[in-house]
Write a protein that binds this ligand. Structure first.
Ligand SMILES: Nc1ncnc2c1ncn2[C@@H]1O[C@H](COP(=O)(O)OP(=O)(O)OP(=O)(O)O)[C@@H](O)[C@H]1O
Ligand SMILES: [Mg+2]
Length: 249
């Protein structure tokens, strides 16, 4: 049996999982938890019986806060993100989003309308314009939005892109601009949670700081829950809480 080694570190506290559970119970009513990972473990289907990529992880995420998940290579960051973003289901334990277990939810709907995802390499469609990329995401969500182009421009302005960029092909935007479009796209159906996988990994420090300011505003002013997987110190310095993943032994 593998040891339970996934602890978390917040800026203010270092608490082991079992202690965290007690504190969680005590604070449950006062916290505004939007996503709760409850004793989640994950084993890839081709892995040996006791070879877990993640073991007994319990983290809570609140609306209005910005989080970093960090950890050395192989500690399960990508695995955890694929569980949080509904690409995989936990082998054991569960993830509860807005009071509902992902184990029982339609994960396609969850991904397309409840959470926004931002990738390191932006993952935009390069031969479409910035606005078209954002509108496509609105269409996939199935939400009825009256003037989609106007909404796309509004979202672009929110992330610091002028209206003139709306009709420009993504191919003709800088990396930082593309990431702004990707964030605008992730906001297109107004999700409660934004999940980002190394969103500043391809950007210089100044641009990273500008992108982090956007995430910070989304958390603190619009009360979104923002979760960033990262190796960046700059990101860790900006967020409200850091969760450290440790390797499963
Ligand atoms: N598709 C897979 N099949 C089997 N095992 C996998 C698979 N993907 C990852 N793993 C294993 O799961 C563990 C966690 O991997 P994961 O990719 O989540 O780590 P990570 O923290 O994202 O690492 P990195 O920082 O290098 O991206 C590793 O031991 C890895 O070998
Ligand atoms: Mg990874």
């Amino acid at each position: 049996m593998a040891n339970k080694t996934n602890n978390y570190t917040s800026k203010k506290q270092i608490i082991k999982n079992n202690e965290e559970t007690k504190i969680k119970e005590k604070n449950a009513s006062s916290k505004n938890v939007i996503l709760s990972i409850k004793n989640a473990s994950y084993r890839y289907s081709d892995a040996e019986e006791d070879d877990y990529a993640l073991r007994d992880v319990s983290f809570d995420f609140e609306s209005g806060k910005m989080y970093a998940i960090r950890g050395r290579s192989g500690t399960g960051k990508t695995t955890l993100l694929s569980l949080i973003s509904g690409l995989e289901r936990c082998t054991e334990g569960e993830i509860v989003f807005d009071g509902q277990s992902l184990n029982k939810m339609n994960l396609d709907k969850y991904r397309n309308s409840d959470i926004g995802i931002v990738f390191q390499s932006y993952n935009l469609l390069p031969f479409m314009t910035a606005a078209e990329n954002i509108i496509l995401s609105m269409d996939v969500s199935g939400l009825k939005i009256k003037n989609k182009k106007a909404k796309a421009i509004e979202l672009m302005e929110k992330v610091g892109l002028k209206e003139t960029y709306a009709d420009r092909k993504v191919l003709r935007l800088s990396g930082g601009e593309q990431q702004r479009v990707a964030i605008a796209r992730s906001l297109s159906y107004n999700p409660k949670m934004i999940i980002a996988d190394e969103p500043t990994g391809n950007l210089d420090k100044q641009t990273e700081s500008e992108i982090l300011e956007i995430f910070k505003k989304l958390a603190h002013e619009e009360k979104k829950c923002v979760i960033i997987v990262t190796h960046s110190q700059n990101v860790c310095d900006t967020v409200d809480v850091i969760y450290d993943l440790k390797k499963v032994k």
